[in-house]
Ligand binder design. Sequence first.
Ligand code: ADP
Length: 390
Amino acid sequence: MDERETAIEGALHLSEVRLQGALQRAETYYAQFERTKSQLRAIMDASQEAMLFLAPGGRPLKVNTRFSGFFGVDDTTVLSQTPAQLTVLLKGLFVDGEALDRWLSWSTLDREHIFREQQVQGRRERQDFDLSSLPVTNVDQTYMGRLYVWHDVTHERAVDRMKSEFVSLVSHELRTPLTSIQGYVDLLLHDEEVGPLTALQREFLGIALSNAHRLGRLINDFLDLSHIESGKLVLHCEPFPLVQLIREVSSSFHLSLAAKQQDVTLHLPDPALMVYGDANRMVQVLTNLLSNAHKYTPVGGHLEIVVEIKGTLAHISVIDTGIGLSGEEQAQLFTRFYRAENAATRAIQGTGLGLTITRSLVEMHGGELQVSSTPGLGSTFCFTLPVVNQ
Ligand code: ADP
């Protein structure tokens, strides 16, 4: 063997060793890759939620077994669909086709945001789902697609509905006898034909009547809340004159304000201003806010209602110089039955339901109820209503 042949043989041997090393590494990587794939598959399949992973163009890349369990379509079928075919297939599985177009567009249009959609309705025995969708990115931050996750809430929603129906039924049943009690106590107090009452009898009957009214308000709050939660509360929206409505509500507080030596100032725009909403429900919203401002403001305090027009919205603020709320209290304000823990609140009657209902009513009108407050100085509650173009 001459020198050249020896060199070639050496080089060949070196290449073979390198190739073997590369092959061994590739095998190791492949085994690792397969292990990771199996782990990922196991995690996805063990999940209680149905999952579907779509490529950026909307092609299905992965689906877990829970998806087949929930919707009755096997993974091979799902994964063999083109994006257009997948849309048709999913439309067969969910009730609201229009919403579905929107969810699917997330995978092609949005590479950043997490989306959530409540009350997604499956077709099989009317399943209820919460859907969330999140973008999936690679280690180098390139967008790999979107994961869709359906959480089955059918049972929770059914229990919620039963609870709301029960509260609604009980409240209705309580209202009839209560109205009769209120009527008869009122007669005893005010109808001269019933006969004279001693001062003590009058005092006791007065207490009974005030408590019957309190019970009535509680029952009405329960009914409203259960109707809001079950989606049964329907708004009757139409244009109405806001300024007139505010004047009516504030004058209904005339006596209670006088009893606490409080005054109310109104800063209102042109009385011809029309806004769009359910006037009766707006009376309820304003009554609740004004009643709170009155209740939680000490004797001699000052209340204000301000309406400002900004663009297409009327901003309505109810302002008081009352006891105010700390940041912590403000954070819990809209929780059912929440009442701030202080001596002033304990001495004042209330259910802790008014603001929860008020906020829901404002939100049903497309607005938002906002609060700003400083303990000891007062509070401002503000919400919006759309102005009607005139
Ligand atoms: P209620 O007045 O019947 O207790 P709400 O839901 O209307 O129920 O209000 C919840 C709680 O929020 C009240 O108990 C009170 O602690 C606090 N709150 C509401 N409005 C005001 C206000 N204007 N100033 C101070 N605290 C308030």
